[in-house]
Design a protein. Sequence first.
Length: 254
Amino acid sequence: MLFDPSPPLFPADWAIAWGEDVYGLWQACEIAGVRQVMRWCPPGRFLMGSPPDEPERGDNEAQHEVALTCGFWLAETACTQALWQAVIGDNPARFREDPEHPVEQVSWDRCQDFLARVNRLRDDSLVLRLPTEAEWEYACRAGTRTAFSFGDALDTEQANYDGNYERTLPVQSFAPNPWGLYQMHGNVWEWCADWFGDYPAGPVLDPNGPADGASRVLRGGSWSVGGRLLRSAYRRRSAPDSRFDFIGLRLAGG
């Protein structure tokens, strides 16, 4: 059987709280004294990329079927400044009005240092990492096929984009998507694990991106860009050492 639809053991050894709500299974862990809620993303198939008739689509969004044979946990929010500072001991962010704002000005390389420290701090079975690009889009879509997880249109009551607020906002400022994940559209771009490259021509199983490259994948859009860049399928890239006030990260595990 290709997919194991059963959820993980529940509660897991790393959880301090757990439950199930209208969005699905969730568990909370404690990292350096900061609580982080993780959402379960079950195994499944989806169409990655965009259909030819989607407005504003890019040439690098060729639609193809992806099968994810293992479920995974994904943080319900982008990593906050509070969590980053608790682990690393400093706050690189530009927008520091509230520790619940997402951390930004973090490079992909620096995120690897952060993840290594996180996993050294925790003595349990969940290894935290960046999501793959396929995992990220699968979770962003949350079972939808529209341009955004909220439909084919987006406004500033649903996401932080286009400079409307001219800064980041706290990580739970808008309603979550159908799987309980906050601000997969807008606020900050989120690093993925993959090198950036062309999509495969046909169906693919558990993709991890190219073996090497020059740039890492960014997803989700940010406070500073137009709405078309927040589409679920939109892809962006940047060098692994890039640091900007519109780039952050989101934890994955499993």
